[in-house]
Design a binder for this molecule. Structure first.
Ligand code: PEP
Length: 253
């Protein structure tokens, strides 16, 4: 009953022309993918062009981040959520581990971004996940619970259908080291329990939880067989239209 989401995070790659070319190459390759929502997240400067190229297709566009601020004003370098919407995005990623680690984003920040995005009508893909040190120290669940409780603060029941959680163990992002399907399932089930405690069983049953961390065409099917894995957030392997399409079309490969 939960429609999977396969989202590609293009990170800080591709100029506008390359982004447009990838979007155009992807479109026909995933046009029959009715089993899942397909999303791509280009850099800010390419969002409008990519959204225009994908208009009328089944591929949606996400921002990779948004501002905590909702009121337009003197916030140099920031992009407000309604500006992303204006450019054609309907999703936004918040709390990616690269932003948490490289730009010191806290759970409070992630929460404010999520609230701003919801206010602008965007669907939020909120990333959580532990570092290797935290996993080896036996505190992975405590870390993820803290990120969820902090990130979801002040959300109301009416917001929840536009919240997607991406569990991305930091040790698996861009490292070629994927969590096993069982490790992913274990944490996804935990995320759903935290969501049930915080909101309701019904909301938790509807929550889409994506796995992220070195997802590739050859490991997606095993991950998707897990009962609590509802899709993937894909970095490196989403940069190439063919390999991303193979991931989207995991049922047929
Ligand atoms: C990501 O950027 O969210 C990600 C999971 O990257 P990769 O697939 O390259 O590990």
């Amino acid at each position: 009953m939960r429609k999977p989401v396969i989202a590609g995070n293009w990170k800080m790659y591709k100029l506008i022309a390359e982004s447009a070319a990838t979007a155009l190459a992807l479109k026909p390759l995933v046009s029959n993918a009715n089993h899942c929502e397909v999303v791509v997240a280009p850099v800010f400067t390419a969002v409008k062009t990519v959204a225009d190229r994908l208009e009328g297709s089944n591929v949606r566009v996400a921002g990779q981040d948004c501002s905590t601020e909702t009121k337009h004003g003197a916030h140099t370098g920031e992009v407000a959520a309604d500006m992303l919407r204006d450019a054609g995005a309907t999703y936004v990623i918040v709390g990616h581990s690269e932003r948490r680690q490289l730009y010191a984003e806290t759970d409070t920040f992630v929460n404010r971004k999520a609230l701003a995005a919801l206010k602008a009508g965007l669907t939020v893909i909120m990333c959580v996940g532990e570092t290797l040190e935290q996993r080896e120290g036996g505190i992975a669940e405590r870390v993820v619970r803290g990120q969820l409780e902090g990130g979801l603060r002040d959300l109301t029941a009416s917001d929840l259908d536009r919240i997607i959680i991406a569990y991305e163990p930091v040790w698996a992002i861009g490292t070629g080291r994927t969590a096993t399907p069982e490790q992913a399932q274990e944490m996804h089930a935990f995320v759903r329990r935290v969501f049930a405690d915080r909101f309701s069983q019904a909301a938790a049953a509807r929550l889409r939880i994506l796995y992220g961390g070195s997802v590739k065409p050859d490991n997606i099917a095993g991950l998707m067989r897990q009962p609590d894995v509802d899709g993937a957030l894909v970095g490196g392997a989403s940069l190439d239209a063919e390999s991303f399409a193979q991931i989207v079309n995991y049922e047929r490969t």
